[in-house]
Structures are given as C-alpha cells and as structure tokens.
Design a binder for this molecule. Structure first.
Ligand SMILES: Cc1ncc(COP(=O)(O)O)c(C=O)c1O
Length: 381
C-alpha cells in the first residue's frame, strides 16, 4: 500500500532529490512549528509559559510517544539529548569489571567509544569483530559472545552499509551467557517496525534527527525494567529523583523507573518536536513507511546492480540504506556532478563509497533520476 503524499510537508523536496536521511532527516513543517512555538513562548514568557506541571509534561509526553514507537511502557523510557550521551550514560552505569564488551569494527564510533574509554580505566576487554567487505557475519559475532561477555553493543541497522542485524538471535545468544544487549537504533527507528520486547534487548536507544524527522537534540532510550532496577545512573541531577520538585540536596533517592537516567533541563522545544514527529510518523503508519522505503531501496539496488562499474556493498538483510563503490572513478567527482544537476541529488560519501538513504518524502522518480544520471556521469568520467 502506498503512503500518503507528504510533499506539502517538506519545503525543499520540490527542488532537490533528498536521499540523505541516514545523515540528517528533513523535518515536517508541523514539527518545525511546534518546536519553534515552544522555544519562542518560553523565551518570551519564562515561567508564565512553563509552570512546573507543563515542564513535567514535556518529558512525560515524549516518553509516552517513545513507548508507542518502541513497543514498551512509558516507565521504561529515559530521555536524553543525543544517542552518544545515552550510550555513555548507560555504559558508565554498568558493572563491567574483568568482563568483555563485544561490538564490531564497522560500528559508528559512538557505539564503541564509551567501552574503549572505560577500558582505559577499568580492567575490561573490548572485542571488535572484524567485518568482511564492510559487513558482519552473524556467526563471527555469535562466536565472540562467550561466558566472559558482559555487553554486546551494536547498531540495529548499520550507518555505513545499512546491514540489519538479527537482534533477536543475538540477544538470545547473549542472554544465554549472561550478557546484556545494548542497541543503537538511530538508523532504524522511524521506518522499521520495532518492538523491544520481541527483540528481547536490554537497552534500545534512538535519536531525533535522522529517520524520526525531528531537530537535533533529543534521544530516547528503552531500558528494560530488569536492567534498570539493578543500575545506579552514572550522571545525576535534580531530575533524577522520584519527585524532582522536592529539591532535597541531602538525599539522593532515584526515581523508580528509567526516568532516573534523566538529570537536567535541556532544549525542551526539541523534545516537544520529537513527540510531534513520532505522532506524525505513526499516523502515516510505520509498517507502510517500511514498505515504501524498502521498495525504493529495492528498485535502486536492482538498477545499480546491473550498472557497470558499480559494486553494491549493502547486504540483502538491510534497512533503508544502499551503499556502493564505483570502480575506477573518483567518487567525489561523481558526487560533485550529482550536486550540480538541475535537480541536485543529496547523499553522503562514507569510506569512499556512496550512501543513499530514502525516506517518506522520496519517490520512485527520485530513484530513477539518480540512477539515470549516475549512469551518464560514470560513462563520461
Ligand atoms: C549509528 C549511529 N549512532 C549514533 C549517531 C550519532 O548520534 P548522536 O549525534 O545523537 O550522538 C549516528 C550518526 O550518524 C549514527 O549513525
């Protein structure tokens, strides 16, 4: 089933083939307005616009929307400002001594860096499974998860290749040896139907500014009750407690839910924006968005697979990302030419490869326009 026409919600797409959501998503007009309105009212009117009840509601509403998106209870959601912040906060809250953390050597750096940093201070080992042609074999990954493993840290969909991992299978194996599973879902949530309970993960984090189509500055983290109950947050502040309006500096008593990981004020307008954008996406329907995005990536993969000198790196089990090499050509020159078209194509270069990442505002015509021009450019170089 086709998704509804959203072209009126995004002002730039009538001029550009915007195929770069894996980098930054476009924000729908209604979300821009909600975010801006909140910032302006707060800046102009202070507590006249934001009393204590309203301040609590900003995060309460986002937790509710986040829970619907990820298939859990609002009590299991903590709000952060970025995925990197959430990963660090949770990593430093864990007891890892003498254990092993398993990740991969093609992960986004924020997924591996917290553990590499902790390894400088504590006796932990970080094992990064080696990719083959930029992709990870699940067998290699499972082989590395053993009795010493405390944490498996992985993206649901890889930022570089779009590879989608079998999280359920990985979590089953990890739990059998007593390890927890921490998933970065920023390249998945917003188009991939997600149910953290079915995936059986311990932590699932996602951020605002890619597939969730909100501005920079917000992230949500599912933390399973079982894990949450045994963790003491590493970062604390006035918001970490059960009653944040109690202001008791003598006693640190954490909130009893995942909220205890929240500790400070933040750019609240963005949290309002993220709640709006999740509503926007779920109203269209995540399942429908998934089918739409996968159809576009399928067309793209088919077309370029039959194009000489293009080598698709993305495996079949993937998210809404297609990454390819162009043999014997300077990739920057190809991209320069795509940027200079009458209708420019916006995309990313990663590791000297081209990464294409379509979302709801893209159409089959965008993909065919890209393929057509790509072929002409490659021929001419
Ligand atoms: C997989 C992955 N994780 C994390 C990030 C960065 O998230 P943040 O800027 O919210 O820390 C990115 C950005 O590209 C990413 O692709």
């Amino acid at each position: 089933m086709n998704i509804k026409d959203v072209s009126n919600d995004f002002s730039v797409i009538d001029k550009v083939d915007y195929l770069n959501t894996a980098s930054i998503g476009l924000v729908p007009n209604t979300v821009i307005e909600a975010t801006q309105e909140f910032f302006i009212e707060l800046a102009r009117c202070g507590t006249l616009a934001l009393d204590e009840e309203k301040e609590s509601l900003v995060y309460d509403n986002l937790r509710k929307e986040g829970a619907k998106l990820l298939g859990c209870n609002a009590e299991d959601i903590a709000i952060f400002n970025s995925v990197s912040e959430a990963l660090n906060s949770i990593a430093w809250s864990l007891e890892l001594k003498d254990g092993k953390v398993v990740s991969t050597d093609v992960e986004f750096p924020s997924v591996t860096y917290p553990w590499l940093r902790i390894a400088r201070k504590e006796s932990i080992k970080v094992k990064l499974v080696n990719a083959k042609n930029w992709c990870i074999s699940i067998d290699d990954l499972l082989d590395e998860i053993d009795e010493d493993t405390r944490v498996v840290a992985l993206s649901h969909v890889e930022y570089l290749t779009g590879q989608k991992h079998d999280i359920k299978k990985i979590a089953k194996h990890a739990h059998e040896v007593g390890a927890i599973v921490v998933i970065d879902g920023i390249q998945a949530a917003g188009y991939l139907p997600i149910n953290v309970r079915e995936l059986n993960v311990d932590v699932y984090i996602t951020g605002s500014y890619k597939w969730l189509l909100a501005p920079f500055g917000a992230a949500i983290a599912y933390i399973s009750k079982k894990l949450c109950d045994r963790l003491e947050p590493a970062f604390v502040g006035w918001r970490s407690t059960e009653d944040m309006w109690n202001f008791n500096p003598r006693k640190l008593k954490f909130a009893s839910t995942a909220r205890k990981f929240e500790y400070s004020t933040s750019a609240y307008g963005v949290k309002v924006g993220l709640a709006e954008s999740i509503k926007y996406l779920t109203k269209i329907g995540i399942e429908k968005i998934y089918n739409h995005n996968m159809k576009l990536t399928e067309i793209l993969a088919e077309e370029i697979n039959s194009t000489e000198d293009i080598n698709v790196i993305t495996p079949e089990n993937r998210g809404s990302i297609i990454t390819f090499k162009i043999n014997g050509r300077d990739v920057r020159k190809v991209v320069e030419k795509l940027h200079k078209l009458k209708r420019p194509v916006e995309l990313s270069i990663r590791q000297n490869m081209i990464r294409i990442s379509p979302h709801i505002y893209n159409t089959e015509a965008d993909i065919l326009h890209l393929v057509d021009n790509l072929r002409k450019i490659i021929k001419g170089l």
